[in-house]
Design a protein around this ligand. Sequence first.
Ligand SMILES: NC(=O)c1ccc[n+]([C@@H]2O[C@H](COP(=O)([O-])OP(=O)(O)OC[C@H]3O[C@@H](n4cnc5c(N)ncnc54)[C@H](OP(=O)(O)O)[C@@H]3O)[C@@H](O)[C@H]2O)c1
Length: 266
Amino acid sequence: MEIEGKTVLLTGATGGLGRTMALRLAGAGATLIVSGRKKDALTELVDQLPGSGHSIAVCDLGQPDAAARLAATLGPVDCLVANAALPATGRLTDLSEEQVARMLRVNLESPILLTQALLPGMLDRGRGKVVMIGSLAGKAGSPRSSVYNATKFGLRGFVFGLAGDLVGTGVGASVVAPGFVSEAGMFADSGAKAPASIGTATPSQVADAVVKAIAGEKIEIIVAPVKGRAMAHIALASPSLSHRMQSGSAGQKTADIVAKGQLDKR
Ligand SMILES: NC(=O)c1ccc[n+]([C@@H]2O[C@H](COP(=O)([O-])OP(=O)(O)OC[C@H]3O[C@@H](n4cnc5c(N)ncnc54)[C@H](OP(=O)(O)O)[C@@H]3O)[C@@H](O)[C@H]2O)c1
């Protein structure tokens, strides 16, 4: 889908990766509806965007019915970029039931329900794009990430199934899956260092992939150095081997540092 002149709903727009996506999409001529929980941060972001006609939609996607209520307040949306998420890290036994429910709702249920609410309009117009921001955690499980893994594996499966339903409609679905991202975002904010064997991508590379996903027809776009892609591929093909590789003291220590650095985002 051509981006110029299209209306794009971007959730999680105030986050580390969302800001770069917003700037890139507005720079490509999209009219953005930026969403998140913080009105001031959203207003400040809109003021920085190139182009005109951008708007904000304040919404807590952790609340029941939030996705449907958000969609009902909007006019026609040509493209959904479902980017908002919680890191959802920690041992399952250290999370409250409420925290787990919120993680599942923000990361998995809300993107699906937003898609469900926006899809009929896209189908009526015979054009549209749904882009889910997944993760390599949707291909490879890792310690302290069971709930995050569940949501990102889920989003990946959702897109693959949905893409099959959308054949011939003019509407497409893609998942953009970054590995560890440096400079900004939930991993960089945790203060942890990515294992050298995996490496990092940048927010700018993730934003490029979002533009590519909207403009092209790829169903999955991975954003990671070759070594990170290879590790995720091995994990998908052999979860037991991946589990053994990550179960040593170095893997456990890194997982603990990441989860500790993300405690404030539960
Ligand atoms: N950073 C990485 O290394 C990395 C790697 C792979 C995949 N990803 C994925 O990339 C996407 C963006 O992550 P990020 O790194 O930019 O994270 P981030 O900096 O923590 O930003 C998360 C965004 O989600 C929004 N959000 C959180 N809870 C929300 C809620 N209840 N309702 C509405 N919005 C909510 C936040 O907005 P408010 O706080 O203003 O509500 C914020 O804009 C996520 O899907 C993440 O899983 C990130």
